[in-house]
Design a protein. Structure first.
Lengths: 103, 348, 171
């Protein structure tokens, strides 16, 4: 493979990061921590995309990851804005306690 | 290891990494004597001839002071913040070519830490990491004034980062490359109609130069943008609770940032190590090119010191308004201007 | 085992380690900081995979802007110090852990043999792959519509975030 890094290594790291992110999403109750774990999962996917792009010798991996990073920035800002608005109403960041659709 | 190998290690690894803490010492002297002369007084002139050893006396004082940690401070973060500041300040210089290529024994040694293809973008990445030092320092001090100063300072840095990178985008567009060597090579060509003036970017993109310089002032927290650390304002902003060598690390990081920002500004806009009509081939030529960069950087550093002790500081809302509503649109205008020039050049 | 593979493995290990530290972090500020280190290690991985431009973008945008935004929110709302509370639902924690372990096993098992089927001599040479100029030519030719669409998306996100986080005017 060009770049001399075997794709198996890249996928191993990516899978491990993705699993750790999933663990964070399922097991933490702090809303910000859940959000951070989602960001970790997105980065794991980015790594896999770039790994395949390097293995196939094409620019598409980098192009897609560029767009994913931009979209993640947009999503993080909107998500945090929602979180701030929610926090002002409920005064808690425990997702198990935010269980009403309307108050 | 032959002599050439040792030279490579020294010139490409040791020098870019280690020269700056050494350069901070004469810079503090320049700052204090320069400030004094601008303010019509003498400044330090007792310790050594012309007060030259004052900086060493200051360093000894800082080393021997007691380092106080606030009671409820988050200790690991408190100790980490100056380390991040120093790391960011010292890493920025890695991509700046500080002289012409040295040809020795049939091998070529480029006087640059790492000639990566992303060049100047690496510096901007490290600058955006330096925000963490400030935010962590303010947060971990367990002090409301530190937190306010940290939030203001980091908001200032990320706002002016935009204008700075957009202004630098004009330079990158003109040179079609991120590498600073290519940018200097582009500036070594003579101007089309007036033969002897080189195509320095300050002549082609004067608006970009002004925006980059103002943003460099804001990025290094120097007056007129030093609201976060001004004495009458927020005690000392984000480094209020730091004492002794931890504070010394922050000061060193700030001075190193000033010198490196000046070096990068010189390389992007004022031709770097080149002078019109000067193409260095021999070892002496390379040494002269290093001196040329040093002299240009020294002039720009003096301008930084001069401005600091001349202008009043901006209020925080004036500062943010300047960054977002004035500098960023002007930087976009500069980008359009450079694009127009490039199209005219391609059409000819 | 070349030097690039060694660096990639080391950086990948650091990323996994700090990702794990983020998940078990005591409070949200620690979580953000460990994630900064993990993202920086991932940027090193990207450089080893011949994508220096994406590595720079990762550090500037992800580590240097998004996580700073997280820190700002945590500090302005003063919620960074909160320690994790005891979960009142042990069965949920147990089932969640089992589920994640099964998922990780399935994922690692599936992906272990995935890299073998790619032929070794496709595509462009490494120098062209790592060159930002040829990458940016892609953005402005084949992916121009995507580029412009993402810029509109960023504008929408900007306006949306501003509107959502605004304090309502008291009548």
């Amino acid at each position: 493979m060009i770049g001399s890094i075997p794709l198996g290594d890249v996928l191993l790291v990516s899978a491990a990061l993705f699993s750790i992110g999933t663990a964070g999403v399922l097991l933490r109750r702090n809303a910000i921590q859940i959000f951070l774990s989602i960001e970790l999962m997105m980065n794991a996917a980015n790594l896999a995309l770039i790994g395949y792009g390097a293995a196939l010798g094409t620019h598409e991996g980098q192009v897609i990851v560029f767009f994913v990073i931009a979209i993640a920035a947009a999503e993080a800002s909107v998500g945090l804005a929602i979180f701030v608005a929610l926090f002002r109403h409920t005064e808690t960041i425990d997702v198990n306690k935010i269980n009403l659709l309307k108050w | 290891m032959t002599l050439v190998d040792w030279l490579i290690v020294i010139l490409r690894v040791a020098l870019p990494a280690l020269i700056f803490p050494v350069l901070v010492i004469p810079l503090t002297w320049v700052e204090r004597r320069g400030a004094a002369f601008i303010q019509d007084r003498l400044g330090p002139n007792r310790v050594g001839p012309f007060g030259l050893f004052q900086a060493i006396a200051d360093m000894l004082k800082m080393f021997t002071k007691e380092a106080v940690t606030p009671a409820n401070a988050d200790k690991p973060l408190f100790l980490l913040a100056p380390a991040i500041a120093a790391f960011a300040a010292l890493s920025t210089f890695a991509i700046v070519p500080y002289g012409a290529t040295l040809k020795i024994d049939g091998r070529e040694i480029e006087l640059i830490g790492a000639d990566v293809s992303i060049g100047i973008l690496y510096s901007f990445a490290i600058v955006s990491l330096s925000v963490y030092a400030i935010v962590l320092a303010g947060w971990s001090s367990n002090n409301k004034f530190s937190l306010m100063g940290a939030i203001r300072s980091s908001a200032q840095i990320i706002s002016y980062e935009l204008a700075m990178t957009t202004a630098a985008a004009g330079v990158v567009l003109a040179a079609s490359s991120f590498r600073l060597n290519d940018i200097i090579a582009m500036q070594m060509r003579p101007m089309p109609f007036v033969g002897f003036i080189p195509q320095w970017n300050i002549f082609i993109q004067p608006l970009g130069f002004i925006i980059f310089l103002v943003s460099a002032f804001a990025e290094t927290n120097r007056l007129p943008f030093d609201l976060p650390e001004a004495e009458p304002e927020l005690v000392a902003g984000y480094h209020t609770e730091y004492s002794a060598m931890r504070f010394g690390t922050f000061q060193m990081a700030e001075y190193v940032n000033v010198v490196v920002s000046c070096a990068i500004t010189v390389t992007l806009y004022l031709g770097g190590w080149s002078l019109p009509g000067f193409h260095p081939e021999s070892i002496l030529g390379v040494v002269i090119s290093i001196l040329i960069l040093a002299v240009k950087t020294a002039i720009l550093v003096w301008i930084f010191v001069w401005v600091r002790w001349t202008l009043p500081r901006f209020r925080y809302d004036q500062l943010m308004r300047l960054g977002w509503k004035a500098l960023l649109p002007l930087a976009l205008v500069n980008l359009l201007w450079v694009a127009a020039i490039e199209m005219a050049r391609m059409a000819r | 085992m070349t030097i690039q593979r060694l660096v990639f493995d080391a950086a990948g290990l650091i990323a996994i380690l700090f990702g794990g530290l983020m998940v078990v972090a005591r409070n949200a500020v620690r979580g953000v900081l460990t994630l900064v280190v993990a993202f920086f290690a991932l940027a090193v991985c990207y450089v080893m995979l011949l994508s220096p431009f994406i590595a720079a973008v990762q550090v500037i945008v992800y580590a240097g802007a998004i996580l700073v935004l997280f820190l700002f929110v945590l500090m302005l709302l003063n919620i960074g110090h909160m320690p994790p509370e005891r979960s009142g639902r042990p069965m949920q924690t147990f089932l969640g852990s089992v589920g994640v372990l099964v998922f990780a096993a399935l994922l690692l098992g599936t992906l272990r043999g995935a890299g073998a089927a790619i032929p070794a001599t496709t595509g462009m040479d490494p120098a062209a792959l790592a060159d930002p100029a040829s990458l940016s030519r892609q953005f402005f030719s084949e992916y121009l519509l995507h580029f412009e669409a993402v810029s509109v998306l960023l504008l929408a996100a900007l306006v949306g975030a501003f509107v959502l986080a605004r304090r309502e005017k008291k009548p």
